[in-house]
Design a protein around this ligand. Structure first.
Ligand SMILES: [Zn+2]
Length: 426
């Protein structure tokens, strides 16, 4: 009895600790942003842009607080009140037991949690983003996206759950290693095929038209040895005015994707610099390291789950008769967020180093940092991201260094010895 109570306290402390820490950090960051924006206010036209960026950052920060409160309430409601246990009991009575029934329960909990967050997503899109002029999504597109997401989650998720639960029955001691290999294999297959079977379902893609820009980018790819199937333009403007570029897939399906909004915002040499940065992530093996890192993180999570399965008091604490494979998977899925939030600083520190490295890569292959600096300034301004967060906030939450840091690093690198021979072919 004593140890069951202990688990409830631990779960409560993890939730409350995270909520408190995140709220404090948001408040600290808002105060910092107000100070930074206040200093810049004296700067005339630059100042008014910053006032808008401040209002956007503050609105996003408030929204994040509500999001966190919602996530905390959901987890507390499911686990600490015993609702999940009662739901599980009812499910077994109505649907039955067995691998498919268990998988159905896990699917239903995950789907329910996702659907329950739709009002927040709606508010974010049609109120918050709308207020700052970023939203271009029509409600019809939004609902279609939800429906497709649900269908995709079912078609991909249900078989994975059945596979995992089957492995747990087949090898109760070693399931976690098999299960891990299985999930990683599925993830890699999906990321391989995503550009051809998943993304086109949500967005419209068209090849970047023949012309000087396309030639320029293909030449760049050849020159730095980046293999790609195509350069495509995505209709990002059908949902948002935010802009972006990325590459997706690997092997023969790999392609560089440019948002149409990005094409509209940048001159062609700035675009080339942004694409060179993206390709840098690949040539410097960041993308590959990230895939391996996330697979190792998953292995750790599965090992923890396998250990938790041996602790009956953990299950009894939340109202279950004992260890249940389905509940273990529900726990793994729902608690991964609040627990891994404590690892975010580590992951983001790594990511920020890679951003500097990809910036330096782009400047090196182009022989100049200037177009990338201009592109970064413009993109940060257009996306209202031009205010630097509090250092602690950045340390915990941000995968990218601030604009100032990136410009400073690029300028420093620009003053170094000039790279030889690269420029002539650009
Ligand atoms: Zn990057």
């Amino acid at each position: 009895m004593e140890s069951t109570n202990l688990w409830v306290w631990v779960a409560g402390a993890v939730l409350a600790g995270r909520l408190g820490a995140e709220w404090a950090l948001e408040a600290l960051n808002r105060r910092h942003l107000r100070q930074v924006a206040g200093c810049a206010e004296a700067g005339g036209s630059e100042g008014s842009g910053r006032a808008r960026a401040l209002a956007y950052a503050e609105a996003r920060s408030r929204f994040r607080e509500i999001e966190l409160l919602w996530e905390t309430a959901l987890l507390a409601g499911l686990w600490l009140t015993g609702w999940l246990a009662r739901g599980w009991e009812a499910w077994q009575q109505v649907v039955g037991t067995g691998v498919w029934a268990d998988a159905g329960f896990v699917w239903a909990v995950f789907t329910g949690a996702s659907v329950a967050s739709w009002p927040l997503r709606w508010y974010e899109r049609f109120h918050l983003e709308e207020r700052f002029g970023f939203n271009t999504t029509r409600p019809r597109t939004w609902w279609a996206d939800r429906a497709k997401g649900l269908l995709l989650g079912t078609v991909l998720g249900l078989p994975v759950l059945v596979g995992l639960l089957g492995l747990m029955r087949w090898d109760p001691a070693g399931w976690w290693m098999w299960g891990w290999a299985f999930v990683v294999a599925v993830q890699w297959a999906v990321s391989w095929l995503a550009p051809v079977i998943i993304l086109p379902w949500f967005h419209r893609f068209s090849p970047l038209p023949e012309g000087p820009l396309r030639e320029r980018l293909l030449t760049l790819a050849r020159r730095i040895g980046f293999r790609l199937a195509d350069i495509q333009v995505m209709d990002g403007s059908r949902r948002t005015r935010h802009s972006n570029a990325f590459f997706t897939g690997w092997g023969r399906f790999r392609r560089v994707i440019l948002y149409d909004t990005l094409l509209a915002q940048l001159a062609s040499e700035e675009l080339e610099a942004v694409v060179a940065h993206e390709m840098g992530h690949d040539r410097l093996r960041h993308w590959q390291k990230m895939m391996v890192g996330s697979a190792l993180g998953l292995l750790a999570a599965f090992a923890v789950a396998a250990y938790a399965a041996q602790v009956p008091s953990l299950f009894r604490a939340f109202g279950f008769p004992g260890p249940e494979p389905a509940i273990l998977l529900v726990g793994l899925g729902l608690w991964a967020g609040p627990v891994s939030a404590w690892l975010a600083p580590l992951i983001h520190a790594c990511s920020r180093r890679w951003e500097f490295a990809a910036d330096a890569f782009a400047a090196r292959v182009l022989g100049t940092a200037e177009p990338l600096c201009r592109a970064l300034e413009r993109l940060h301004r257009e996306n209202l991201m031009n205010l630097p967060s509090h250092p602690w906030y950045r340390w915990v939450h941000e995968s990218h260094p601030s604009l100032e840091e990136r410009l400073a690093a690029l300028t420093r690198a620009g003053r170094g010895p000039a790279p030889a021979g690269d420029r002539s072919s650009a």
